[in-house]
Design a protein around this ligand. Structure first.
Ligand SMILES: C[S@@+](CC[C@H](N)C(=O)[O-])C[C@H]1O[C@@H](n2cnc3c(N)ncnc32)[C@H](O)[C@@H]1O
Length: 352
């Protein structure tokens, strides 16, 4: 386990052995491996790295955008769960969506276990879930200030929690059209750092002897960098990669919408991306799980350096206090700070 262990997740895992089977486990970001599977626990997640942690320990995993069996008995291979465990996510729409799904899937007398901290809004979520499920609620405080709520299902209310139309792709920007949906990092906005990176692109391209043709969007989210950069690079070919299956649904839709020649790859830190690429564009994740983590930046830098063609370029945007030049020194031939603005720095890195 990492030093910043998520004690809410630990509390939930400790409770797992007492949960009536079969159990469904809704998993988001996961910082450490679960105990070896015992009993009937089916995992649903939209993160491929989380999926790998569970399947390595013997759990059956459904990796996708939390497309859950309907709970109407139509899906013979999926027995109705008697309990559902969920360490609440950071995004409210996703939490509401998954509580709604749990309410539909559980039978009367079934149990929903929610874990999280006060700051995650755990108590409020537990109250809302109890109202929806129409059953009893118990909350206990666990080690490390985590809370664990157990909510039983009684008579279901018809007041579903608002999930911002979780399953639907939505237009979040008109010119150019950008599609996105809940479940994706910053799904409703254009990230300021990413916009700053795109603003540097005309200058970078003007200094290139040959326009880059094959590009990698590393940690693509809904595909903002690709859509915006493609306007400067008509005819370019793209690989968009992210560890979040939900993000790739939107990324693919955006590429289709704009006629971009693109493939998508669901991967942890771009692993398996087949180079060489002429250019990599990246706004690396700043958070890992529930802790701020710098090592992901190192992993993204390493991935970029491995897939770039000789002399190829990577454009990275990071929070200004991340020492990117120092981190990039080993793997790249040179680095240049293109701009420092609004708390972000954009760097141009040249591959060896
Ligand atoms: C700061 S966002 C940038 C998103 C998008 N490129 C943009 O500019 O709006 C970082 C992205 O990295 C993805 N990510 C986080 N951890 C990852 C990992 N281990 N492997 C691959 N992608 C990851 C997140 O899902 C998120 O989409």
């Amino acid at each position: 386990m990492s030093s910043a262990t998520d004690t809410a997740l630990v509390a939930l895992m400790n409770a797992l052995s007492e949960c009536p089977a079969p159990t469904w486990w809704f998993a988001g970001e996961q910082e450490f491996a679960p105990p070896v599977a015992s009993g009937e626990v089916n995992v649903f997640t939209n993160r491929c790295d989380t999926a790998a942690l569970f399947s390595d320990r013997g759990y059956p995993v459904i990796l996708g955008d939390f497309e859950l069996p309907s709970g109407d008995g139509q899906n013979a291979e999926w027995e109705r769960p008697q309990s559902i465990c969920y360490r609440v996510s950071k995004e409210k729409a996703l939490v509401h969506y998954l509580i709604n799904q749990a309410a539909k899937a559980l039978p009367e007398g079934g149990e929903l276990l929610l874990a999280g901290f006060k700051g995650d809004g755990l108590k409020t979520y537990a109250d809302k879930a109890a109202k929806l499920l129409g059953g009893q609620k118990q909350i206990e405080k666990c080690a490390g200030n985590a809370y664990l709520a157990r909510i039983s299902k009684g008579e279901l209310s018809d007041q579903w929690l608002p999930d911002q139309d979780y399953t639907r792709l939505q237009m979040i920007h008109e010119e150019p059209v950008l599609l996105s949906k809940p479940g994706i990092f910053g799904w409703q906005k254009c990230d300021r750092g990413s916009a700053l990176l795109i603003e540097q692109l005309p200058g970078v391209l003007a200094s290139c002897q040959r326009a880059p043709h094959r590009l990698l969007d590393l940690g693509c989210g809904y595909g903002y960098l690709t859509v915006m950069a493609h306007r400067h690079l008509p005819g370019s070919e793209w690989l968009l990669t992210d560890n979040n299956a939900t993000a790739l649904i939107a990324a693919q839709a955006n590429c289709e919408r704009h006629g971009i020649a693109a493939e998508t790859l669901l991967a942890d830190c771009g692993s398996g991306a087949q180079g060489p690429f002429d250019m990599v564009l990246c706004n690396p994740p700043f958070h890992q799980g529930f802790a701020v983590e710098g090592s992901l930046t190192d992993q993204f830098l390493a991935a970029a350096s491995q897939v770039l063609a000789r002399g190829g370029q990577a454009l990275f945007v990071v929070n200004e206090f991340i020492p990117l030049e120092r981190k990039a020194r080993q793997a790249f031939a040179s680095s240049e700070l293109l701009i420092r603005c609004d708390g972000f720095c954009v760097y141009r890195l040249i591959a060896r």
